[in-house]
Write a protein that binds this ligand. Structure first.
Ligand code: SF4
Length: 736
């Protein structure tokens, strides 16, 4: 490739490096998509330390979606159901600013909400925090990351004193035992899985344990697959802890010197003898014991998890229960070991760093901490007390706020809640009641478009510079290499325009994304996620960098600030708690928020497929991926199918207490009897009545406030007459 540009994949949190080059290369045919449109060429960036040249189908095909179905101009309408009319940016922004002013004067700032996205660049996140939490004085900014990994954040904070995955991808090559729980890594984080799989294959002593109710492609590769009943993760992990204690696999020096709360924890786990645990989890006692034996005998245990633990009404407890195992055996702060959460979105990590959840402030600060608020207020040049001490509304609480008439303006950006929220019928109904919804998005339509009063066209990845942080805390610069279509603008520019219109010109006098980044990193100084040694210029010159990466006082000959970045956290075995000790969290299992019962006898579990990304806003527009996954489906065990008279390919109706959806059946032994599985990717643009989240409920973890999207109780019945399977179609817009 010539004139290639290095960037990072904008899909999942693995954060693979990409190298892109223009459609036309000297002496070569123009590179085109299947419709003949010239498109940029994409391949893996061999120099990117996180992915070393590897890339999955999503990254490889990203260029095919960039030009399709784009929202080109600001548009407005008085009420839902009316046609949109094209307006100028000035008209749209003036209207939004005057709505915000009016609401502040009448209902107060807390009537204003913004719902953002792990697709944002860190710069977008940062400017949005400054606008909402600083200038407007409401903490009602939340992101779709709330639905994805907020339990991991809460678990890390409560157990280790701070957010931040302690591990790095090199640990995948150095572990003796990989314990994967609640993650279908092979499909959802495929490049991480490739690396782990290679290490596993090449080193016979390395054990791979996978805990998942489904026999996923990840589980297929395992030495030991524990197909536990949904909702019994804590039982299992407490059962492993029981055996580690009984067999004396403890790192007593680490326990004594580096932890607190072990005796209370030991009191809880004594209630989890293997016979009882095996029965509750629906697994063999021998397998439970083998898992504990593998963990205990390994010198270095690495655990990986994602939404299978996080999306739970006891998500934080699950995360902490997993961290407990690492604390018992001292498997943290050393190569090949540690509790490693895999982020779903490309920049969920950057969101955490910039304060992009409703209880956070930039630099891993908290809105309920007076010192943190004072530091940020002072830095932003705002009066004391400008930032509210109350955590703002979370994603679901915004929906509840609409229902109760307490939210007068909802600003949604770079996400598609009409598909991804739990209980989507209730979500849609709440959005119909919204007095004023702004939808800032790159694509048109998405399912959420139909619920907006104002549409703002956003520049997307490749069209605006910015940074993203991947799961191993590595920051990569995403340069601009394409011109935004129509009048699309970068997200942070739109937020800054509103800030200026509201009278905060000084706070939003940024000339570039590099300026925004330079300001943001100053708020990380001295914090666990210190990035003061990172700048756009340095990333451009040196490539991706991991934090912590503090600015050093020494300046080299060429005047570039140099600093060392850190691969692993807690290598000195001191944690970010006041006394430097990690905390055990002792929890009994509460099980599912909605267990099966005679009326709804099946547990529905939801998940993702290899090729598709979330609600298909991009991947649904890529032929290769649509052919790979042409339609939604439900997995059901043959024994259950026989009882219900269902055969392979029959259409079935699935109902929960909240809604109904229809899918063709796939009979498979990969799912346990009593459990069914549905992928979450299909909204009403892509298939009729196949929304997984029509069925799910919004019960949340009390600590992380993350909804239990992974499981709910359903009934399943054969649809007659059978519907022939059909190709998914895209409709012009979702009905309101
Ligand atoms: Fe992109 Fe994730 Fe695939 Fe890497 S693994 S190419 S980051 S989608």
């Amino acid at each position: 490739m010539t004139d290639s540009i290095k960037t990072v994949c904008p899909y999942c949190g693995v954060g693979c490096g990409l190298e892109v080059s223009p459609p036309a290369q000297p002496g070569k045919a123009v590179h085109r998509d299947s419709e003949g449109t010239p498109i940029w060429q994409v391949r893996g960036d061999r120099s990117h330390p996180s992915s070393q040249g590897l890339v999955c189908v999503k990254g490889a095909t990203i260029a095919e979606s960039l030009h399709k179905d784009r929202l080109l101009y600001p548009m407005m309408r008085e009420s839902l159901g009316q046609p949109f009319r094209r307006v100028s940016w000035d008209e749209a922004l003036d209207q939004i600013a005057s709505r915000i002013q009016a609401l502040r004067a009448t209902q107060g700032a807390d009537a204003i909400c913004m719902y953002g996205s792990g697709q944002f660049h860190t710069e977008d996140y940062y400017v949005a925090q400054k606008l909402m939490k600083g200038c407007l004085g409401t903490n009602n900014f939340d992101a779709n990351s709330r639905l994805c990994m907020s339990s991991a954040v809460a678990g890390y904070v409560q157990s280790l004193g701070s957010d931040g995955p302690p591990c790095c991808y090199d640990d995948l090559d150095q572990t003796d035992c990989a314990f994967l729980i609640g993650t279908n890594t092979a499909e959802c984080h495929p490049i991480i899985f490739n690396r782990l799989r290679k290490h596993h294959k090449q080193n016979h002593h390395v054990k791979l344990i996978v805990v998942d109710p489904r026999r996923t492609p990840t589980a297929e590769a395992a030495d030991l697959h524990l197909a536990i009943q949904p909702g019994t993760d804590i039982d299992l992990m407490n059962g492993i802890a029981y055996l580690l204690l009984r067999w004396n696999y403890l790192d007593t020096q680490f326990l004594d010197e580096c932890t607190q709360g072990f005796s209370e924890y030991a009191e809880v786990i004594r209630h989890y003898p293997p016979e009882r645990v095996a029965r509750r989890c629906g697994i063999r006692k021998d397998d439970l014991e083998l898992a504990a034996r593998h963990w205990g005998e390994a010198k270095r245990v690495l655990s990986l998890w994602s939404m299978g633990l996080n999306q739970s009404s006891e998500g934080t407890a699950k995360v902490r229960t997993l961290i407990n195992l690492h604390l018992m055996t001292g498997d943290i702060g050393k190569p090949g070991a540690g509790p490693f959460s895999l982020t779903g979105q490309p920049n969920a990590m950057g969101g955490r760093e910039a304060g992009g959840l409703s209880h956070l402030l930039p630099g891993y600060r908290f809105v309920n901490n007076p010192q943190h608020r004072a530091e940020v207020e002072q830095f932003w040049g705002l009066p004391a007390g400008a930032i509210s001490p109350q955590p703002g509304r979370t994603a679901w609480q915004m929906i509840e706020g609409l229902e109760q008439g307490e939210v007068g303006l909802l600003w949604i950006a770079a996400t598609n809640p009409v598909v991804s929220m739990p209980d989507v019928e209730r979500t849609k109904q709440a959005l119909r009641q919204s007095p004023f919804t702004i939808y800032q998005e790159a694509y048109y339509p998405t399912e959420t478009t139909a619920y907006a009063h104002v549409l703002l066209p956003a520049a997307q990845w490749s069209e605006a510079p910015g940074t993203m942080t991947n799961s191993e805390r590595r920051v990569t610069l995403c340069p601009q290499f394409r011109t935004p279509p129509g009048e699309a603008r970068p997200d942070w520019v739109i937020f800054a325009e509103i800030g200026q219109r509201l009278g905060f010109g000084r706070q939003f006098a940024f000339n570039s994304a590099a300026d925004v980044h330079a300001e943001f990193v100053q708020l990380t100084r001295g914090r666990p996620c210190d990035m003061t040694g990172i700048s756009h210029a340095r990333l451009k010159q040196e490539g991706p960098l991991q934090w912590p990466c503090p600015e050093q006082s020494t300046v080299t000959k060429d005047s570039r600030l140099k600093s060392e970045s850190s691969s692993r956290l807690y290598t000195n075995l001191r944690f970010n708690t006041p006394d430097g000790r990690a905390r055990f969290g002792a929890y009994h299992s509460r099980g599912l928020a909605e267990p099966p019962d005679p009326d709804y006898p099946f547990v529905l579990t939801t998940g993702r497929l290899y090729g598709h990304w979330h609600t298909q806003t991009r991947t649904g527009r890529i032929d290769k991926i649509r052919k790979m996954h042409p339609q939604p489906f439900i997995e059901i065990h043959p024994r259950d199918a026989e009882k219900l008279g269902i055969q392979e390919g029959n259409w079935v109706e699935v109902s929960s207490r909240r809604g109904t959806a229809r899918f063709p059946a796939q009979l498979t032994q990969a799912i346990a009897p009593g459990t069914v599985f549905v992928p979450m990717h299909w909204g009403e643009l892509w298939a009729e009545a196949a929304e997984a989240n029509a069925l799910t409920h919004p019960e949340m973890c009390p600590s992380s406030l993350q909804p239990e999207l992974k499981a709910c109780a359903v009934q399943v019945k054969l649809l007659t007459p059978n519907r022939a399977s059909s190709e998914p179609t895209i409709s012009a817009s979702a009905a309101v």
